[in-house]
Design a protein around this ligand. Structure first.
Ligand code: T5A
Ligand code: NA
Length: 213
């Protein structure tokens, strides 16, 4: 069934993957290239550590502060909802948003903990109401290789066993909006593939393709 076109808008493009897979590197490259082509674009990351909720998340990720798993999960989700209106406003105004992590991280990381009531279905349910990504760039990488990259191990979830479970959870989340890339390739090669998928999304959104939920 064809959906009637809406007003022109920005695209919502999300980078996902296990820790250290290269999301920041690739999302920066995408934003720079889109800007050089005069696309109106903003670069965000989740968690957004600049808010009060984000500071609580940051304390937790740095290992110091113990928190109940459900409470932490809901902080990550609340951190997205506190940015929801601004996201919708920017998208509606024609700004493309490139996000370094989003709801998909929320589901994959919490479900990987194996806490019985925090399964993937529950985790998805609390994300309802947030806009869905036009494109999820999933940067696939063996956890062993990610762990060998500089800086791995600094934060709470950066443990090899846990990262393997996160990778399994991501597999179960993939749908037709996902582009899976080999994150072990050279950055420039990955970037070309990202551009090949991102540009059509920016064009579709500018033509008024409806934003998903
Ligand atoms: N989390 C997050 C939740 O549990 N629930 C949620 O709802 C959300 C949103 C923080 C943590 O929070 C969890 C997930 C995380 O554990 P974060 O701040 O995004 O999330 O932390 P990381 O994902 O760990 O981010 P990093 O900055 O560590 O990794 P990136 O951004 O994936 O990787 P990047 O680009 O910084 O690169 C890492 C290293 O690899 C090199 C880089 O130079 C760098 O040294 N590199 C490459 N090397 C070789 N080839 C390439 N192609 C390379 N690309 C990058
Ligand atoms: Na990052």
């Amino acid at each position: 069934v064809a959906t009637a076109p809406c007003a022109p808008r920005g695209a919502l493009i999300v980078f996902e993957g296990i820790d250290r897979c290269g999301k920041s590197t690739q999302s920066n490259m995408l934003v720079n290239t889109l800007r050089s082509r005069r696309v109106n674009v903003e670069h965000w990351r989740f968690p957004d550590r600049s808010t009060k909720i984000g500071q609580k998340i940051d304390d937790y990720l740095h290992n110091g502060v113990q928190q109940d798993d459900t409470a932490v999960h809901l902080l990550f989700t609340a951190n997205r909802f506190e940015k929801r209106n601004e996201m919708l406003r920017l998208l509606a105004g024609g700004t493309t948003l490139v996000l370094d992590r989003y709801s998909y991280s929320g589901v994959a990381y919490t479900a990987a903990k194996g806490v019985p009531h925090l399964d993937s279905e529950y985790c998805r349910s609390v994300e309802v109401g947030l806009p869905a990504a036009d494109l999820v760039v999933f940067m696939a990488m063996p956890p062993e290789q990610a762990a060998a990259r500089g800086g791995f191990g600094a934060e709470r979830y950066e443990k090899l066993d846990f990262q393997r479970k996160v990778a399994q959870q991501y597999e179960a989340l993939k749908d037709s909006h996902w582009l899976t890339l080999d994150a072990t390739l050279q950055p420039e090669l990955i970037h070309q593939q990202v551009m090949g998928a991102a540009l059509p999304m920016v064009e579709n959104a500018a033509r008024g393709a409806p934003l998903g939920r």
